[in-house]
Design a protein around this ligand. Structure first.
Ligand code: SAM
Length: 248
């Protein structure tokens, strides 16, 4: 039986230093400032960090006194998040679960999906299931923020191939938009310094501003606002990220 790419622990293990670079970790407090402002987060709000990874947003929100639950499928990341929270004596609940199955009815004021963590499931209905779970987990009036690479941006900056060097090896990436620009097909090759080679095919949905807006409205969200970055600027030709804030 073939395993979906996002269920391959070896991918997340090797990608950890690529995803969570010093620079990205250092930028997290500024991201949290923007999230708090875009979602109008109040001190007493309870926050769900869906696909929390190693917990960079969860930790920063908890440092600022918020009650946070972080959910992620990858055990390695959840363990790191728990260790980091313990080091700082932060009271955060981290749960190892899948975004298709996790929900807690009417339990959160804000849900985050940061850094392209939504869009992984081949079947559109599974994508919608994730949105329904998030909607169900929010209290009435709760806000959902999704931050991702938008289709219009990817089309504008499209690069078929590139490679990059990391302390633990080299990464080669090849991309192809498929299914009429519905999805991106990425071929990743990672060569470790000892010569071991890892290959993955990573296929994920790419959404336009209007597509994601429609999906959110169809599960019941209202006041869907689309931005071109966490700074809250317009989603226009200069947008750097697709950021959507929607209200239950
Ligand atoms: C690009 S990382 C983003 C992590 C975090 N949101 C951040 O901004 O640092 C994507 C995360 O999604 C998690 N993930 C992948 N598939 C998942 C699933 N089916 N359910 C829950 N988490 C999943 C991965 O383990 C990974 O931590």
């Amino acid at each position: 039986m073939s395993v979906d790419w996002f269920e391959d622990d070896s991918l997340w293990k090797l990608m950890e230093p690529v995803l969570f670079t010093e620079a990205r970790l250092a930028h997290t407090p500024a991201e949290v400032d923007s999230i708090k402002s875009l979602c109008k987060i109040l001190q007493e709000d309870t926050i769900l960090d869906m696909c929390c990874g190693v917990g960079r947003h969860s930790l920063e929100l908890a440092r600022r006194g918020h009650k946070v639950v972080g959910v992620d499928r990858t055990r390695l990341y959840i363990e790191k998040a728990i260790t980091n929270a313990k080091k700082e004596n932060l009271d955060i609940e981290f749960v190892q679960d899948d975004m298709r199955t996790f929900y807690r009815k009417n339990s959160f004021d804000v849900v985050l999906s940061m850094f392209t963590s939504f869009s992984y499931f081949d079947d559109h209905e599974e994508q919608m299931l994730v949105l329904r779970n998030i909607y169900s987990s929010l209290r009435v009036g709760g806000r959902f923020i999704l931050e991702s690479a938008g289709k219009e941006i990817l089309a504008r900056i499209f690069m078929r191939q590139n490679w990059s060097e990391w302390p633990h090896g080299f990464m080669m990436e090849e991309r192809e938009p498929i299914e009429n620009w519905s999805k991106m097909h990425n071929k990743w090759i990672f060569v470790e310094r000892d010569g071991s080679v890892h290959r993955w095919e990573v296929i994920h949905w790419i959404y336009s501003g209007s597509e994601i807006n429609e999906m959110l409205e169809s599960v019941g969200f209202s006041d869907v606002r689309v931005f071109g970055g966490l700074d809250g600027g317009p989603y226009d030709n200069e947008a750097t990220r697709l950021v959507v804030v929607a209200t239950k």
